[in-house]
Write a protein of this length. Structure first.
Length: 297
C-alpha cells in the first residue's frame, strides 16, 4: 500500500476527501443526460433507501435475477457514470432502464419517471456515519456527534438533506413521481413492491411478488452484502480521493427504524430538531418529520 494513502481522521480531512469523490465532468455529463419516458430514476437523498429501491426495481424487471457483481453494475449511478467509465446510453440488461441518483428535483434530468424516498434525518445520518466509517474516514477517529454536526447541522444549508427534501416535496403527487417513506416501506414491504411494480408498469403475479419481497428483505441483502457494498465504486474512486484500498462500505447494515434513539446523543438529536424547524417548517409547514410522514398518505 502506498505510504501516502491514509484514511482521514478529522472532519477537515473528510471534507477534502469528499470533494474529490466525483469530477465536475462527470456531474456535467449527468446533468446533460436525457431520460426516455420509460426510464426510471431513483433519487432519494443519501442513506434514505436508494439501494433498497434499486434492488426492488431491478428484481421486478428481471424476475429476481441476482446475476450481477454489484448493484451499480446493473443500475448505473448518474453522477458517477463518467468517472466509472459507464456509458449511460448503453442498453441495460432488461427494460425499463433504471438509474440511481442523489440529485435534487431542481437538478435531476427531466423526461423519465422518478422514485423518491424520504427518511427520518436522524436515522439517515446514523446510517451515513456507519457507511462511511472505515471507508471515508478511519474507524473510531470521528465521533457520530462530530460527524452529525459537520454533515447535517453546521453544513452549508444550500445543499444536503434539508433542501433535497424541500425540492422533491412539491412534486409528490406528480404522475411521473412515486413518493415513498422509508418507514412505511419497512411496515409494508409487500405493499411497497406492489406500488413500485404498478408505477414502473411491471406485470406482477403472486410468484414474482414473493420473490421480490424475499430478495429485498434486510436478511437477504445482508447475506449477499458483497453485491451491495460499492466495491466497484471504491475501485474506481478510492485513489482519486486519496484513500487506501480495502475499505469497508456495506450499504446494508440493520435497516432499522429508530436506530437514532440509541445512537445519537440527546443534544445532537435536539439540534437536528432545531434545524428541521429552521429549514423545513418555514418551507413546507411541518413541525417535525413525523408530521410530514403522516401527510404523505
Amino acid at each position: 500500500m502506498p505510504q501516502n494513502l491514509v484514511r482521514p481522521t478529522t472532519i477537515e480531512e473528510l471534507h477534502e476527501c469528499q470533494k474529490r469523490f466525483v469530477t465536475q465532468e462527470s456531474i456535467r455529463r449527468a446533468l446533460a443526460f436525457k431520460p426516455q419516458p420509460t426510464d426510471v430514476l431513483i433519487s432519494p437523498y443519501s442513506k434514505c433507501g436508494t439501494t433498497w429501491v434499486q434492488q426492488i426495481v431491478h428484481g421486478l424487471r428481471t424476475r429476481g435475477s441476482m446475476a450481477f457483481d454489484e448493484i451499480t453494475a446493473v443500475v448505473p449511478w448518474l453522477e458517477l457514470a463518467h468517472d466509472m467509465r459507464v456509458d449511460l446510453e448503453m442498453p441495460q440488461v432488461s427494460m425499463p432502464s433504471v438509474f440511481k441518483s442523489h440529485f435534487s428535483w431542481d437538478l435531476i434530468p427531466k423526461g423519465g419517471r422518478y422514485i423518491y424516498v424520504i427518511r427520518d434525518p436522524k436515522d439517515a445520518v446514523v446510517s451515513a456515519y456507519y457507511f462511511m466509517e472505515g471507508w471515508f474516514f478511519e474507524s473510531g477517529s470521528i465521533s457520530l456527534a462530530d460527524f452529525t454536526r459537520a454533515q447535517y447541522i453546521n453544513a452549508g444549508r444550500s445543499h444536503g438533506y434539508w433542501p433535497h427534501v424541500a425540492s422533491w416535496w412539491p412534486h409528490r403527487n406528480d404522475s411521473d413521481v412515486l413518493f415513498l417513506c422509508y418507514e412505511d416501506m419497512k411496515e409494508d414491504l409487500e405493499g411497497t413492491v406492489q406500488r413500485i411494480a404498478a408505477f414502473i408498469e411491471c406485470p406482477l403475479d403472486a410468484e414474482l411478488l414473493d420473490i421480490i419481497v424475499h430478495q429485498s428483505s434486510v436478511g437477504f441483502m445482508r447475506a449477499q452484502k458483497h453485491q451491495f457494498d460499492d466495491h466497484l465504486l471504491r475501485q474506481a474512486r478510492d485513489a482519486a480521493c486519496g484513500l487506501p484500498p480495502g475499505g469497508d462500505s456495506s450499504k446494508v447494515r440493520t435497516g432499522n427504524v429508530g436506530d437514532h434513539n440509541k445512537e445519537l446523543p440527546q443534544d445532537i438529536s435536539e439540534a437536528l430538531d432545531a434545524v428541521w424547524r429552521e429549514e423545513i417548517t418555514p418551507a413546507l409547514g411541518f413541525p417535525s418529520y413525523a408530521v410530514l410522514r403522516a401527510a404523505v398518505g
